[in-house]
Ligand binder design. Structure first.
Ligand SMILES: Nc1ncnc2c1ncn2[C@@H]1O[C@H](COP(=O)(O)OP(=O)(O)OP(=O)(O)O)[C@@H](O)[C@H]1O
Ligand SMILES: Nc1ncnc2c1ncn2[C@@H]1O[C@H](COP(=O)(O)OP(=O)(O)OP(=O)(O)O)[C@@H](O)[C@H]1O
Ligand SMILES: [Mg+2]
Ligand SMILES: [Mg+2]
Lengths: 256, 256
């Protein structure tokens, strides 16, 4: 059965999408069957993986309303072993449309249950909010990886995020755990980054992945070519950082 | 009567808060009466302006439920002429609580109408989404300033944002205009930044402010001291960029 991992943080621009897209690619090239799910109406994970926008096929939005659509909505990608369940702008409507729906928190869980046996990892990219789309993702996931940008504002939102994860664990999904936190956009020359790193190490201890993602412009360029960093510039530090992180995730899986 | 300006972009981490906080400070030191409103449950604009978190007083959340609370919720700041209407985590609840409420889109507009005569500018920081909180802000505002990070993903979400602004103008707030877009976190040494700058110039023409906000670590450090850049490091490029942008806003006001 697939390990289902959510990439969540309501602070915007911290590297959720970049981490989900690149980790998915790294795990796939390590011969694992991977599904990347885009739960953000911005659909950045979809375009960052090379998908054309709005191609008329069902996307994750339709799957929340009717879980049986999921197989039709899944696309292959340029990487062997990596599929994607894309998002679209239509997803913005789901927040309001599902408010009064039965079992509204479990719609994604139901949809993914249809295909979980086909994958070893299912990675889910969240939007920058603690709304129903993120709650749906936390209910579908076994674990959460929290990308933390090495900036001050990114620290401020952590307690709110951890509270929300705890609430979901208590009332909706008892098996949900925080797998770990990963520091992103790190530049060791900046005091600000080192200050944040120290705070994160003090607060999370060994739940902070030792692989730190450094600031690297190639990670910002790759999405404009619709490619994960592995296909855009395999030799870049960005690639190496995500390959190292993928190895830590694989090692963890062996232990559980 | 106050000019009411929203800082909106559903893409996360593009510099909405940094622009709202620093522009508010620059306008206040130019002898204008300014109110900064924080409509993001993350409350970054509140802490970036030096406010202690959760001090037991009403915040913008209470004002959406009962517009008469607004005077009690407003605080002075360290800068003469600059007041703040802070946010708190409680604001997360407003999204769901207001869904069925009467006049739900106009709650902020009603609250600000109580105090608009006391200010020349009211600047409103939005969360990274196109949800009810952002719609409330667009209904209360006369104009929108769109911060755009010099990155690829930041370009992708623009059409969705412009569509939403157009929808609000057609059905809820006919006077709403896009005052302009401002490029943030710009590093002229990077091709990616220059590519994005060219796209934004081609797309927006003279609605792009000529003041570009360059990447400058001092802008990231200032919030950890609870200070706008003007108080933290007045001589830094970050300060100069926001002073220049404030001057463009003031010049615009004279023309309208
Ligand atoms: N390590 C890195 N080095 C350089 N740029 C990066 C890095 N990680 C991410 N970026 C860039 O920073 C921006 C923010 O990252 P990303 O979009 O992945 O964050 P996010 O948390 O998914 O944002 P949102 O909250 O909008 O969903 C993007 O333009 C991305 O290309
Ligand atoms: N010009 C700049 N140079 C360097 N750092 C910057 C600059 N502008 C903003 N930052 C930093 O980048 C991060 C993102 O900026 P900010 O929080 O203002 O964006 P936002 O759009 O308000 O994010 P959110 O979508 O979460 O509300 C912050 O940590 C901020 O301190
Ligand atoms: Mg994202
Ligand atoms: Mg913000």
């Amino acid at each position: 059965m697939a390990e289902i991992i959510a990439f969540a943080n309501q602070k915007g621009g911290v590297g959720k999408t970049t981490t989900a897209v690149n980790l998915a690619a790294c795990l796939a090239v390590s011969e694992r069957r991977v599904l990347l799910v885009d739960m953000d109406p911005q659909a950045n994970a979809s375009s960052g993986s090379g998908l054309e926008r709005e191609d008329g096929r069902p996307c994750v939005y339709e799957c929340l309303l009717d879980p049986s659509q999921v197989r039709e909505a899944i696309h292959p990608t340029q990487i062997e072993g990596l599929d994607i369940l894309p998002s679209s702008m239509r997803l913005v409507g789901a927040e309001v449309e599902l408010v009064a729906a039965l079992g509204r928190e479990y719609r994604l869980k139901k949809a993914l249950a249809q295909v979980a046996a086909d994958y070893e990892y299912i990675l889910i990219d969240c939007p920058p909010s603690l709304s129903l789309l993120t709650v749906n993702t936390l209910c579908a996931a076994d674990g959460v990886i929290i990308p933390i940008q090495a900036e001050y504002y990114a620290l401020e939102g952590l307690s709110q995020l951890l509270n929300t994860i705890e609430l979901v664990r208590e009332s909706l999904n008892p098996q949900l755990v925080v797998r770990g936190v990963v520091l992103t956009m790190y530049d060791s020359r900046l005091n600000l980054c080192n200050m944040v790193r120290k705070e994160v190490e003090d607060h999370f201890g060994d739940r902070m992945y030792s692989s730190i993602i450094r600031r690297n412009v190639k990670l910002g360029e790759a999405p404009s070519h619709g490619k994960p960093i592995l296909l855009y510039d395999a030799g870049s530090p960005g690639s190496q950082n995500y390959i190292a992180l993928a190895q830590e995730i694989l090692d963890e899986s062996v232990q559980t």
